[in-house]
Design a protein around this ligand. Structure first.
Ligand code: CDP
Length: 354
């Protein structure tokens, strides 16, 4: 399962980009990736080379696809696409490029190339990826999936306001027709049509504010993250009335058990399979103290694996505020031979950095 991917799909102007940007800002270490801009960039380059995006010369298009290089650069507004060293910015958002993107996105070679690039982007960190086929094709195993939509009229208004246009009824009708044409191309194409993955959470945000949409999405994400609630007993506190510092390492261990359980595994089963994971390093950074009767929330993840080592990160929060954060590094050991061994396959699949 891709535990580090939040997939957001939906039709044009359904609020995906805003949601992706704001979710990435709300989740530590996450970046957002707008796959639509990648299709737009291919259309833009093809059109600049004199090709018709609806019927491009296949050899020329394939040459373009072979050499094209794309990367996302973080900006204060989220992230911006760089194509072959250039930043096309608003040139990707003209009506011609929008229609061109929809047309060129029906071509299987284009999709294959971009899906390959998109999958490679997930190896390094938590990503919020938005598009048309993220939950169905690019990351069908994403842990978090959303399908955003809104009525055509609402979407047309949003697009007009976003582009600085005038939302009078005639303009709204014109843009709604443009969007409807693009939705049709996107949802009827043979290769990776726009559709909701069965396990995606459907959010029709026609009547929601931006904040409400984000709030709903965050709630769904938090529900699915491994979260261990813990009420502090007297037994954990010291003479100062706060949780004794060494106890957090015990909390980390409890949490690791829950993390394994969420992945459909247990530490006991790991041992029965002949593997142990002794701690070889533990790091704890204390920012604020927890007291008797506080309700703590402990979260974390399998963060990294190098050779035989696995790193598990952990945070302890109270009402959203981080009190303690840290990690443990484990060496995987074959119980029979007592020798180091590679982490089991299922852990490698759960990692942020394989
Ligand atoms: O911003 P807007 O919703 O209008 O469109 P976009 O997300 O920038 O995507 C532009 C076009 O790229 C879409 O109309 C789709 O045809 C295509 N696209 C796609 O086929 N698959 C994706 N994952 C993303 C975009």
């Amino acid at each position: 399962m891709s535990v580090n991917v939040i997939a957001i799909d939906g039709p044009a102007a359904s609020g995906k980009s805003t949601a992706a940007r704001e979710l990435a800002a709300a989740i530590p270490g996450a970046v957002c990736i707008n796959t639509g801009s990648m299709y737009r960039a291919v259309a833009w380059k093809a059109m600049r080379d004199g090709m018709d995006p609806a019927h491009p010369d296949r050899d020329r298009l394939n040459r373009l696809l072979e050499t094209i290089r794309m990367r996302f650069v973080s900006t204060p507004e989220g992230c911006e696409l760089e194509v072959d060293g250039e930043r096309p910015g608003n040139a990707l958002r003209t009506p011609e490029v929008s229609a061109g993107a929809s047309a060129i996105a029906t071509i299987p070679e284009v999709r294959r190339k971009l899906v390959e690039l998109q999958r490679a982007m997930a190896a390094e960190q938590m990503i919020v990826m938005e598009g048309r086929d993220i939950g169905t094709v690019v990351f069908p195993d994403a842990k978090y999936k959303f399908f955003l939509t809104a009525s055509p009229e609402v979407r047309a208004r949003r697009r007009l306001l976003q582009d600085g246009g005038n939302p009078d009824p005639a303009e709204v009708a014109r843009v709604a027709a443009e969007i409807a044409a693009r939705d049709k191309t996107d949802s009827t194409r043979a290769d990776s049509p726009l559709r909701r993955a069965e396990d995606a959470v459907l959010i029709d945000n026609s009547t929601f504010s931006r904040e409400e949409t984000i709030q709903r999405m965050l709630e769904r994400i938090q529900r699915k993250m491994t979260v261990m609630p813990y009420r502090v007993p007297y037994a954990d506190t010291d003479q100062m009335g706060v949780v004794y510092y060494a106890n957090y390492l015990v909390y980390f261990e409890r949490f690791r058990n829950e993390l394994l359980r969420d992945a459909g595994y247990t530490y006991r089963r790991l041992e029965e399979d002949g593997i142990a994971m002794p701690v070889i390093e533990a790091v704890c950074s204390y920012k604020a103290s927890a007291k008797y009767d506080d309700l703590l929330e402990i979260t974390g993840r399998f963060a990294e694996a190098k050779g035989v080592k696995v790193k598990i990160e952990c945070e302890v929060r109270r009402e959203g505020k981080i009190l303690v954060e840290g990690y443990t590094v484990h060496a995987c050991m074959d119980l029979k031979s007592g020798r180091p061994t590679r982490p089991p396959e299922f852990i490698r699949e759960l990692l942020l950095k394989p």
